[in-house]
Design a protein around this ligand. Structure first.
Ligand code: ADP
Ligand code: MG
Length: 691
């Protein structure tokens, strides 16, 4: 094996390779674009393309692809060979134009009518701020995807625009403090949860194959109640998988760092070191793809669905987010936050943004999968609130409620044994239940689903916070007594948005009522939450910050609703097939077996009551009958879906409850059937499949 430090980023066309392979002026020009946000000088494209191609060919690449992120949660790619005929021979070529722009014939991506199949021109354009890389003999060029008429058709273009908006507005604001910086960078470190199961059991479950989750399954005798999986010792097979995955990710410059067993059996987590938002989003997409591919090499399947199994925790993703000006983290409160006017103003702006646009923050993480987690006491509630911790919480309380603020000193800790080291204890504890928690020098947005693109929440977060910075800069520009005005403005924001702060247990039974009293939103399903996108003020903030046009916001909202309805439709169809083709026949045969046993016993052992067989045969025959009716009912309701965004309402209110009814019948039958009868692997078989 190569040394890890040599392996790291060896498949990335990164800074060092560029420095060594590009003419100096070209390298410097490109660096100015990447680091300072200068517009790309297209005249350097040929030189960059050529160097990229030469480097990629040495790495074994034969093809290149414009890699983009359409409005699914996945990535898309179309491969072209470097090979071109030339004078009876062949050469390898990547022209400047090939690098800068591509025109995939890609009419089948979701666009809500922004591209008609008959007039479906779309372009991919190179994004030089995210490095190209080689994977599976192909040079991957990160790109944005736009339509012929200029509408963005992907998640990357608005993400870049949101980062630019935040940079623009925060630089304006910092200037008032006398701080000049070249570029503000937003950073993201996504913690990714997942399940790992054996490929053998996976192949026997149609629901897992077609929908990514189990649609039925009685709870196993042992679930997560012993808390013994969380941080438990890794099984050898899992550990081998994690090492293989680490090396694969490291070679692509993804600094996979922390990994451990999670709460549910077969559940794990992987967190890379944070990086600039744009690269973090690309890396997370790549990470999700490779987590699944590497699993197959080990005879495993990696499930990224938000709720693969009922009754045990599902999987989410924590979006750790902060703002950097050069090396300085602007969310670092410093030693004395009470005197740090700049930090307090930034904090107040973030609170105001999260409170004002809580609806879009909820909506941007809404999906059929994530609806199962939010509010189910395993993930944050569906209500957006902010946790500030003891220190900042007390500070804001002092400002809003006039309480005296007693700064909490960081004290050295010890376990009370002379040999043990002294360690610094943080000034604030952690709260695991909050959707938006301040964790020392960053905010952790915890409502994301495991399979979601990290782009969406960051587009929203950057945009709404940029808007709050913009308001602050407008209000404070030209103030003679800047410090006084800034203090008053900050206090007014804390007071106006105090309701969004909740420093207690978000899983507690009283929070929902309390949140209702505070007037906070509580959208339980995607069908409810997506409505937020259509609200005038929510559209306006994107338009004002130059991130989306009105048409783009509406298109995205409709795509969310359509995707939600389609997902549930696929689940319902899969469930119907599993019941009709597998469960009902299996149960029918078992009832017959029981009746045969009763008949045989009657002959030989007439004095016995055959209670067990009679009870089971009756109960199961009855359940199977009810199952028939429930399946018929679900099928009829499915027939009423029209393939429109409005189907989302029907999916939430009618289809899902009908599926739940079927699940209850199936799970009851499963517990009554003999082990050899059940037609597919049970929860026990799946959750403990990795030995
Ligand atoms: P946990 O929340 O489980 O305790 P960690 O504290 O290890 O996890 O951090 C989780 C993630 O937060 C990591 O991906 C880490 O790189 C990221 N992170 C740390 N600091 C920042 C920051 N300033 N901006 C964005 N992400 C950060
Ligand atoms: Mg975390």
């Amino acid at each position: 094996m190569k040394k890890i430090t040599e392996l790291y980023a060896s498949n990335v066309f990164g800074d060092e390779v560029m420095k060594n392979s590009l003419p100096k002026e070209v390298y410097l020009s490109l660096k100015r674009t990447v680091e300072e946000g200068e517009p790309i000088d297209t005249s350097i494209a040929s030189a960059v393309a050529n160097a990229m191609k030469d480097w990629a060919v040495l790495k074994g690449a034969t093809h290149y692809t414009h890699w983009f992120q359409p409005l699914t949660d996945l990535t898309a790619e179309k491969h072209d060979g470097f090979l071109e005929p030339s004078g009876g021979k062949a050469i390898l070529r990547l022209s400047g134009k090939d690098l800068i722009v591509g025109e995939p014939d890609a009419s089948s991506f979701p666009s809500d009518g922004m591209r008609k199949t008959s007039a479906a021109r779309g372009y991919t354009a190179w994004d030089p701020t995210s490095p190209a890389f080689v994977k599976e003999k192909t040079l991957y060029i990160p790109t944005v995807f736009v339509s012929y008429t200029g509408e963005t058709l992907d998640k990357k273009a608005p993400l870049l625009k949101s980062v630019a908006a935040l940079d623009r507005q925060l630089r304006r604001l910092l200037k008032l403090f006398g701080v000049e910086c070249r570029k503000i960078v937003t950073t993201v470190g996504p913690e990714q949860e997942y399940f790992l199961i054996d490929e053998g059991v996976y192949r026997k479950r149609r629901d897992l194959i077609l929908t990514g989750r189990t649609l039925v399954g009685a709870p196993p005798a042992r679930g997560q109640e012993m808390d013994d999986h969380y941080f438990g010792a890794l099984k050898t097979r899992v550990s081998e998988y994690m090492h293989d995955l680490d090396e694969t990710l490291w070679s692509l410059g993804i600094c996979a760092k922390s990994e451990h067993n999670e709460v549910a059996p077969a559940q794990h987590e992987l967190a890379p070191v944070f990086t600039a938002t744009n690269v973090a989003v690309d890396n997370n997409q790549l990470m999700m793809e490779l987590m699944q591919k590497v699993a197959r090499r080990h005879g495993l399947v990696c499930l990224l669905h938000e709720k693969p199994f009922a009754g045990v925790n599902g999987s989410g993703k924590h979006n750790n987010w902060s703002l950097f000006a050069g090396e300085k983290n602007l969310l670092d409160p410093g030693e004395k936050p009470q005197h740090n006017l700049q930090f307090l103003l930034i904090l107040a702006c973030i609170l105001s943004a999260v409170d004002t646009y809580q609806g879009i923050l909820r909506a941007c993480v809404a999906s059929a999968g994530n609806d199962h987690r939010l509010g189910a006491a395993e993930a944050p509630p569906a209500i957006v609130s902010v946790y500030l911790g003891d220190q900042l919480g007390a500070l804001v309380d002092s400002i809003v409620l006039g309480k005296t603020y007693v700064p909490k000193e960081a004290v050295p800790g010890s376990i009370g044994v002379p040999e043990s080291p002294i360690f610094p204890i943080d000034t604030t504890d952690r709260n695991r239940t909050s959707p938006f928690a301040f964790t020392g020098n960053k905010f952790e947005f915890r409502m994301l689903g495991a399979s979601a693109s990290v782009a969406d929440p960051n587009i929203v977060l950057n945009t709404i916070v940029a808007d709050a910075f913009s308001d602050a800069a407008d209000a404070l520009a030209g103030e003679k007594d800047f410090a006084g005005a800034c203090k008053r403005y900050t206090e007014a924001l804390f007071k106006a948005h105090y309701r969004i702060i909740f420093n207690y247990n978000g899983y507690g039974p009283d929070w929902e009522t309390e949140a209702g009293r505070r007037g906070l939103l509580n959208h339980k399903t995607t069908a409810d939450a997506a409505g937020e996108w259509f609200k005038r003020e929510n559209i306006d903030v994107f338009v004002r910050q130059g991130v989306f046009t009105e048409k783009e916001v509406i298109a995205r909202a409709n795509i969310v609703l359509e995707t939600y309805a389609k997902t549930i439709r696929i689940e319902a169809k899969t469930l119907i097939e599993m019941m009709r083709q597998e469960v009902c026949p299996a149960v029918g045969s078992y009832v017959k077996r029981l009746c045969d046993t009763i008949a045989a016993e009657e002959k030989i052992l007439p004095e016995i009551a055959h209670k067990c067989e009679i009870f089971l045969a009756k109960e199961l025959a009855e359940l199977n009958d009810r199952m028939f009716c429930s399946v018929q009912h679900l099928e009829e309701e499915l027939g009423r879906m029209r393939g429109l965004p409005a189907d989302a309402r029907r999916a939430a209110d009618i289809i899902l409850p009908a599926m739940e009814e079927i699940r209850a019948l199936s799970d009851r039958m499963e517990t009554l059937c003999a082990a050899d009868v059940w037609p597919f692997p049970t929860y026990e078989d799946i959750l403990y499949s990795v030995k």
